[in-house]
Design a protein around this ligand. Structure first.
Ligand SMILES: Nc1ncnc2c1ncn2[C@@H]1O[C@H](COP(=O)(O)OP(=O)(O)OP(=O)(O)O)[C@@H](O)[C@H]1O
Length: 273
């Protein structure tokens, strides 16, 4: 829509954190002896203990294939677990859960991936409105033209937070990679999730854009009290933006400590065969 003025950004207003069902006071994540096998024979996760409190920023590090993405997917009920216990935002995920519980967990979780997965031909604003898929009347999230005014306003607010409000009506694929990742962050945060899961969010970006994206979403999580769990192969990102670093090695937690206590020897052990 060349030349069209983007919708006005309303002053920020308080949006309630999604709080349907679930125990808001419970730990965000409590995993004990968590095991996960894809084929019923080989355990990828071999007994992971992890407790995450609301508001923490946790970096998950480890060599390729050690199980970081698998763990993230288990934590948010994308995969069922094979043993041990797990609760996320007060919901017991130790046993197979139905679609309703999966929906509840996902409604309160925002996702940012290495590939931003925007719909290229749609506007930036529509892509952020897509963050409302899963709500009642989801079909209205297909396009910003169909979305209720409240969703559009929330999306504009979210775009303003990532400093892209003026590009709201541009096609998503006309933005740079770093800008597209900022749109993905706006989409992930538009519903004010309680938990943000980011799987290598800066991996496809140049060093400066990557640093900017990391700074942006860690700041927004802190501002809105959103608990953050992210993976990264860039130790500057993991140590610089997390309040805790959890290293996985061969499906187990090797260490779990604040970044200031992580030593070069810890990192060597994490990544050595
Ligand atoms: N859906 C799946 N089905 C079968 N095996 C899988 C599946 N997803 C992952 N795996 C296997 O589980 C192991 C751990 O993979 P995972 O993606 O969790 O590791 P990762 O630590 O995130 O790796 P990377 O740093 O390379 O992204 C790998 O051996 C992988 O092949």
């Amino acid at each position: 829509m060349p030349g069209a003025a983007p919708p006005a950004v309303s002053p920020p207003r308080a949006r309630p954190v999604a709080d349907e069902a679930g125990d808001v006071a419970a730990p965000m994540i409590a995993a004990r002896g968590l095991r996960k096998s894809y084929d019923g024979r080989l355990d990828i996760l071999k007994g992971v203990d992890l407790a995450v409190s609301p508001g923490e920023r946790v970096a998950l590090i480890g060599a390729n294939g050690c199980g970081k993405s698998t763990l993230l997917k288990c934590l948010i009920a994308l995969h069922g677990i094979s043993g041990g216990s797990l609760s996320t935002m007060g919901r017991d995920l130790s046993r197979p859960v139905g679609p309703e519980v999966q929906r509840q967990v996902r409604r309160q979780t925002g996702f940012v991936f290495q590939k931003h997965c925007l719909v290229r031909r749609r506007t930036v604003l529509s892509n952020v409105v897509h963050g409302f898929f899963g709500e009642a009347g989801s079909w209205r999230a297909f396009s910003h033209n169909l979305a209720p005014a409240g969703w559009r306003e929330a999306a504009m607010e979210s775009l303003a937070e990532v400093r892209l409000a003026e590009r709201a009506l541009a096609r998503a694929d006309s933005l740079s990679g770093g800008q597209q990742q900022r749109v993905a962050i706006a989409r992930a945060l538009v519903r004010r999730p309680r938990l943000l899961i980011a799987d290598e969010p800066a991996a496809s970006l140049d060093p400066v854009s990557g640093r900017n994206v990391m700074e942006l979403f860690t700041r927004l999580c802190a501002t809105h009290g959103i608990t953050l769990l992210f993976t990264s192969h860039d130790m500057a990102h993991a140590l610089g933006h997390a309040s805790r670093v959890v290293a996985l090695k061969q499906g187990r937690v090797l260490f779990d400590k604040p970044p200031s206590q992580v030593t070069p020897a810890d990192l060597k052990e994490t990544f050595d065969d």
